[in-house]
Each structure stands twice: as C-alpha cells, then as structure tokens.
Ligand binder design. Structure first.
Ligand SMILES: Cc1cc2nc3c(=O)[nH]c(=O)nc-3n(C[C@H](O)[C@H](O)[C@H](O)COP(=O)(O)OP(=O)(O)OC[C@H]3O[C@@H](n4cnc5c(N)ncnc54)[C@H](O)[C@@H]3O)c2cc1C
Ligand SMILES: *[C@@H]1O[C@H](CO)[C@@H](O)[C@H](O)[C@H]1NC(C)=O
Ligand SMILES: *[C@@H]1O[C@H](CO)[C@@H](O)[C@H](O)[C@H]1NC(C)=O
Ligand SMILES: *[C@@H]1O[C@H](CO)[C@@H](O)[C@H](O)[C@H]1NC(C)=O
Ligand SMILES: *[C@@H]1O[C@H](CO)[C@@H](O)[C@H](O)[C@H]1NC(C)=O
Length: 441
C-alpha cells in the first residue's frame, strides 16, 4: 500500500542499492583467502581472551567446515525467503557468549575488511541481520541472553540476545504488576526490536520500548564498550529508534518496567462484510487513537471463505465491567459483550496475543521458534495519516479478496504516543504525532 510517505523512502533505497552495486568491486579468490587468514589470525590474538573469564573466541567460531554451521545459521532464520541455496552465506559465524567475543568480532571483521552482520532474534523483514551480498561475518547474539529484574528499582537489565518472551516471563516471575512496553511476537530479539522502536499493546499508555530505555551498553566500531554516560547523549539518542546496527553492537539495555493491574482484560472478536464491517472499521479509525489510554484495540484483516474478516483484538488495563462501560460510551458499534472478554494476568495476555489457547501456560513464551523456517512471507509497514474513506476501505477489501493471502494489522497510536516529543528518541521523527495509525501489511 504505497502512500505519499513511502515514496521518498522507495526512491532513497533504490539510489542506495545503485551505489552499493557500483562500489562492490569483484573479490578474487586470492583476496578472499587472504582476508580469511587475516580474520582467523586476528581472532587467535590472545587479547580476546578475557583474563577474568578465559573463554577463547575460537570456541564460539563456526565456519563451513564445522558440521553444525548450517544449523547455527538456520536457528534464527524465520522466513524461507532467506534460506535458499543461493542465499549468500557468512564466511564465519561467531556465537558470542562473552562480551570480549563481540569486541573480537567487531575489530577482526573490520581489520580483515569483512562486513559484519549482527543478529539477535533474526526477525529482520529483509534478512539484513544475516544476509549480505558482500563477504561477511555473522555475529550472533543469542547466547548473550541474561536478564536481571530489579523490582525495587522498577528496572530490568536485559542482554540483546534475550527474546521478548524470555523477558516477559522473567519479569512476571518477579511481579504480577510489572510489565514491559514492547511488541507482540515473543521470539523477537531485544537487540533488534528495541533499537528500532518497539511498539505493542502498552504503547497507548506507556509509549514504545525506546521510551522506556534508561541505559544501554554497546560495543562501538573500535571495539570499546560504552554505557550511556561514556557514549554520550547523542549516541544514546540514536540507538533508541535509529536501528542499533548503524552505530555499533548493543550488548544490553536497562529498561524501566511499567505498571499493570493484577488482571487485564483481553478480547478477540471478528466482524464480516455481512455484519457491516466497513462502517465499524470506519468508526474505529476515528475512535481508536482517542480511546482511554488503558485500552488498545488492534485490527487484523484476513480473508476467509472469500470474504473479509476483521478481527478486533483488544487489551484493557483493567477489569471487564469498566471496559464494557468505556466501549458503550466510545465504540458501541463493535457490540462487545461480556462473554467476549477474558481476564488474565498480564503475562498470560501476551500468550493470548500469540494465539495460545485459553489457559495455555505462560511457559509458551520460552519456546524456541521452529527451524528451519516454516513459511515464505513479505512484510512492510506504513503510517496512515488520514482517515481512509469507506470507499477506500471497500477497495482494500476487494484487493484482499482477490489476493486471498494478504494479512494486515492496524495499530492505533494516540495517548502517551502523542505526548512524547517527536525528537525525544530517533524513532521515525515526527511520525508519532502526525499519524493516528500504524498499518502493517
Ligand atoms: C513475526 C514478526 C512480528 C513482529 N511484531 C512486531 C511488533 O509487535 N512490534 C514491533 O515494533 N515490531 C514487530 N516486528 C518487527 C521487529 O521488531 C523488527 O523486525 C526487529 O528489528 C526484529 O529484531 P530481532 O532482534 O528479532 O531481529 P534481527 O534480524 O536479529 O535484527 C534486526 C535488525 O537489528 C540489528 N540488530 C540486531 N541485534 C542487534 C544488536 N545486538 N546490536 C545492534 N544491532 C542489532 C540487525 O543487524 C538488523 O538490522 C515484527 C516482526 C516479525 C517478523
Ligand atoms: C569449528 O571447527 C574448528 C576446527 O575444527 C574448531 O577448532 C572449533 O572449535 C569448531 N567450533 C565449534 C564452535 O565447535
Ligand atoms: C537502584 O537504584 C539506586 C538508586 O537510584 C541505584 O543506586 C542502584 O544502583 C540501582 N540498582 C540497580 C541494580 O540498578
Ligand atoms: C469469527 O467469530 C465467530 C463467532 O462470532 C466464530 O464462530 C468464528 O470462528 C470466527 N472466525 C474465525 C476465522 O476465527
Ligand atoms: C497463566 O500462566 C500460568 C503460568 O504458566 C499458568 O499456570 C496459568 O494457568 C495461566 N492462566 C491462565 C488463566 O491462562
């Protein structure tokens, strides 16, 4: 769904692609062998063995000669588009399990003129965290996943390789009234997700993940480890929304936990064309960004049996009775009933959002995503700046029914999202205030 706002982006990326192709001089085998030798020699340098934790980086190094190379590579590829035989593979993978391994990966890939790709959860829409056309080293962060929760201070320290699911679970083990403002899919890595913004069910009340980050530890291009104080406020600003890999490797984040009641209310109802969904969605566009900030209602559009079904998926930071009276006041058109609502501890609601059946244990958050990847998909997101007319909605439904396979999600902003200054973080400058909705295709 191209809008005027995506046009400059498309133009820019085409231009960048052209520049990359021009700069990419052919690499001869002799050069490549020389680069590899240089890389391995650099890694063998004893500097990378931390004296207090003498773990040589070689134990975290995989090349195509190691039998588990493909398994390690595929472990965090979630999209079949990026594990085809002709997908470029890394020269080597470093599965860092110590900070010094990250430093070694940065310094040695730079010294040997390899590109470095950094992967945490591996959910990058275009596989940029583990694919490159230029010979590259993959730094895989999934072993750096410790999480420590400090309820007294209301904070958590989370390493970049931890997933959202692991973080949610750990926070809930410590408290039922603390939560994390972040996304919906539990296998997202905090390394990539937080550095790109991180939006989810709590954003209307608490903003994005980046709005709740109070410190970070990174390795910069020279291999130095910096925290907020030593990196300075400019760099700290940049890594909160601007994508971590543009500036260094995120080792860990310190986040502020947010308050939730012991029980939240969730619902998921669907409406079809026959049930007048066009009118309901039209109204939703007006009310969703202005609802009470305790209430978040996401739309998910799907096609079933050749007709459009729109799911209204809600999370309310309170009990059912209060939710129903708010809905009656602001959005009676949906016709939400008491029997549609379910009261759960916040951590169980994160499982509900991932389609876990009712009563499903929160331990589901700890399951590793299946590999190899199960499906091919293409995702993109965009911002809706103006209410889409009923005519516009009907033409969207038509496209949906023709394609049969498109799924779209619409996420409302408003509330806290509109209070935070557009320049407070580097997350898509200005977009917060100008767009009521975020559309996800
Ligand atoms: C199924 C699915 C559901 C999603 N749901 C949501 C959602 O609810 N809310 C939302 O906001 N977004 C969502 N996203 C988008 C997601 O937040 C981004 O794709 C995010 O970048 C993924 O982070 P990752 O660590 O899993 O991915 P990766 O592929 O590992 O990394 C993504 C990018 O970040 C860089 N990076 C990763 N780790 C580091 C690090 N330690 N230091 C520096 N750079 C690093 C990578 O190089 C790459 O450029 C979803 C994506 C998918 C595929
Ligand atoms: C990969 O193989 C090399 C050479 O046999 C070995 O030294 C290294 O330890 C192996 N890597 C891992 C992580 O097992
Ligand atoms: C908790 O907060 C206090 C006071 O700000 C601070 O001194 C202490 O280091 C914090 N503890 C942790 C583990 O962050
Ligand atoms: C839509 O909701 C109805 C109940 O109102 C339910 O029976 C049906 O299974 C739902 N459709 C899908 C695809 O989940
Ligand atoms: C919530 O998760 C816990 C922990 O796994 C589980 O014991 C409980 O049954 C779940 N509750 C609901 C209502 O889903």
């Amino acid at each position: 769904m191209a809008t005027s706002s995506s046009l400059p982006f498309l133009l820019l990326s085409t231009l960048l692609a052209a520049i990359v192709v021009l700069l990419q001089s052919p690499v001869s085998h002799a050069d490549l062998d020389h680069q590899k030798a240089y890389f391995h020699a650099c890694l063998s340098n004893k500097v990378w063995t931390n004296p207090s934790a003498p773990v040589s980086v070689i134990g975290a190094l995989y090349t195509s000669t190691n039998s588990s190379f493909s398994d390690i590579l595929n472990l965090h590829i979630h999209n079949k588009r990026f594990n085809r035989p002709n997908t470029p593979k890394p020269i080597a993978i470093i599965t860092a399990f110590h900070e010094s391994h990250v430093q070694a990966a940065v310094v040695c890939s730079k010294a040997s003129n390899f590109q470095l790709r950094i992967r945490s959860g591996g959910h990058d829409y275009e596989g940029f965290s583990f694919v490159s056309d230029i010979p590259f080293i993959l730094l895989d962060m999934y072993n750096l996943k410790s999480i420590s929760v400090n309820i007294q201070n209301g904070t958590a320290l989370v390493e970049a390789g931890a997933t959202l699911g692991q973080l949610y679970y750990k926070v809930a083990k410590n408290s039922h009234v603390h939560a994390v403002a972040a996304g919906v899919c539990p296998s997202l890595g905090t390394g990539g997700h937080f550095s790109g913004g991180g939006y989810g069910n709590l954003m209307r009340k608490y903003g994005l993940s980046v709005d709740n980050i109070i410190d970070a530890k990174i390795v910069n291009v020279n291999g130095d480890i910096l925290d907020r104080k030593s990196m300075g406020e400019d760099l700290f600003w940049a890594i909160r929304g601007g994508g971590g890999a543009s500036f260094g490797v995120i080792l860990s984040w310190t986040i502020k936990l947010v308050a939730v009641p012991p029980l939240v209310t969730v619902f998921k109802v669907n409406r079809t064309l026959e049930q007048g969904v066009t009118d309901i969605v039209y109204k939703w566009q007006h009310v969703a960004p202005k609802l009470h900030r305790d209430l978040f209602i996401r739309l998910q559009h799907e096609v079933h049996h050749k007709t459009v079904q729109v799911f209204f998926i809600g999370e309310f930071l309170g009990r059912t009775d209060r939710l129903l009276s708010l809905m009656k006041e602001s959005f009676p058109e949906l016709g939400l009933r008491k029997s549609d609502c379910l009261e759960l501890p916040w951590v169980n609601s994160t499982v509900f959002y991932t389609e876990g059946p009712i009563g499903y244990p929160a331990e589901a958050l700890l399951f590793e995503a299946k590999y190899p990847a199960q499906s091919y998909f293409k995702s993109k997101s965009d911002f809706v700046k103006k209410i889409i007319s009923k005519k516009g909605l009907r033409s969207i439904w038509k496209k949906f029914i023709e394609s049969e396979i498109i799924v779209m999600q619409w996420n409302p902003y408003g509330g806290r999202m509109w209070e935070i200054s557009a320049s407070a973080t580097s997350f898509l400058l200005g977009i917060r205030h100008n767009s009521p909705l975020r559309k996800h295709l």
